[in-house]
Ligand binder design. Structure first.
Ligand code: OSB
Ligand code: MG
Length: 374
């Protein structure tokens, strides 16, 4: 396909409740949407970068800048652009995986719409419904936390993930385990808030029968994750550290991670996500689909990815209502009922299968959209 234009929309969406992690407290989701026009069709994607460089080095205005200055010009001057060539055409830029992933996903959406294939069909989905978990932020107090968790259990979520940090770990985990009972899936995510000196302390989570502990140490530090995995029974799962299939292989071989959280934005796109998935299947490492407070645009593609066979644990693929009163798409994600309680249906229409509400994109715009042409 020939890429005719790339339009960047920076929007801000109100969250239904503040979301607090060990690195930030958010009340609004500021995000970048990418809209491409090709000779064949249009495509939309969402860049998962957050407003500030706190989860990773990427952030919304940085992603916008690198797209405008480097990535978009390279794609707009190419004669044939497909999702498969976005990676090679942008490989000259170091890093900036979230920005690259958004471009690849927008091109993929256009390409699949043109050929009438869904994301799930293209990526290799094997199920129509995926199991959903929910990520629960750090609360001002235990009562608020337990209220929030009870609400999610009542909605049908199949797994609870608690955000933890030093000073907010053993007690909330104990209280939530008491609330939800011994059998419900429960896991924790530290977003790099601990250090090697905390290994013995993190071992005190072992009695709570957690599915996993996610990313306790900084992204570059594979070695301390190896030391933790040897010292405790709770499986260690890497998120921030896994930025490519190469790092995933290294972390698996060194014993740093026995479960992997795949986030397409963090690893540079859906194609790299499938490569990591395939690697994990070959090594019998379970995977699950992470989340970045996606709107329906990114959520649709994540739900399709989560339908691949190696995604055997529930993902952070929650319903739209987990974060947004009104989603950016005409088909918000709603949990199923009956046998599909706690699940989301994998979209079946061409591309992501969702339709962007351009009225809301306009209403929630932070700045005027920018259109780039070759
Ligand atoms: O570490 O998984 C994370 C949100 C923003 C940045 C990082 C993370 C998260 C979440 C929420 O845990 C996942 C979601 O529900 O989208
Ligand atoms: Mg995480």
């Amino acid at each position: 396909m020939k890429l005719e234009s790339i339009t960047l929309h920076r929007v801000a969406m109100p969250l239904v409740r503040p979301f607090e992690t060990s690195f930030a407290r958010q009340t609004t989701r500021v995000l970048l949407l990418v809209h491409v026009r090709t000779s064949e069709a249009e495509g939309w994607a969402e860049c998962v970068a957050m407003e500030g460089p706190l989860y990773s080095s990427e952030y919304v205005e940085g992603a916008e800048h690198v797209i405008r200055s480097y990535l978009a010009p390279a794609l707009l001057k190419a004669t044939d652009v497909t999702a498969e060539t976005v990676g090679p055409l942008t490989a000259f830029v170091v890093g900036h995986r979230m920005a690259k992933a958004a471009l690849e996903a927008a091109v993929l959406d256009a390409q699949l719409r043109a050929s009438g294939v869904s994301f799930g069909g293209y990526l290799g989905a094997v199920t129509d419904w995926v199991d959903c978990g929910v990520s629960v932020g750090i609360s001002p107090d235990l009562d608020t936390l337990l209220d929030e968790v009870s609400g999610y259990v009542d909605e049908g979520y199949r797994r609870i993930k608690l955000k933890i940090k030093p000073g907010w770990d053993l007690i909330p985990v104990y209280a939530v385990r008491e609330l939800i009972g011994p059998d419900m899936l429960l896991q924790v995510d530290a977003n790099t808030a601990y250090s090697a000196a905390d290994i013995a302390h993190l071992g005190r989570l072992d009695p709570f029968n957690l599915v996993l502990i996610e990313q306790p140490f900084v992204e570059e530090d594979i070695a301390t994750h190896v030391a933790l995995a040897r010292a405790i029974e709770t499986p260690v799962c890497l998120d921030e550290s896994i930025v490519s299939v190469g790092v995933a292989l290294d972390a698996i071989e060194r014993g740093a991670t026995s479960v992997i959280n795949i986030k397409p934005g963090r690893v540079g796109g859906y194609l790299e996500s499938v490569r990591i998935h395939d690697l994990c299947v070959a090594h019998e490492v379970p995977v699950w689909c992470g989340g970045m407070l996606e709107t329906g645009v990114g959520r649709a593609a994540n739900v399709a990815l989560a339908a691949l066979p190696g995604f055997i644990l529930p993902g952070d693929t929650s319903a739209s209502s987990r974060y947004f009163a009104e989603d950016l798409v005409e088909e918000p994600f709603v949990l199923g009922t009956g046998e599909h309680a706690g699940q989301l249906a994998v979209p079946t229409g061409p591309g992501t299968g969702v339709t962007v509400r351009e009225d809301l994109v306009r209403d929630w715009a932070l700045v005027a959209p920018v259109t780039l042409r070759g």
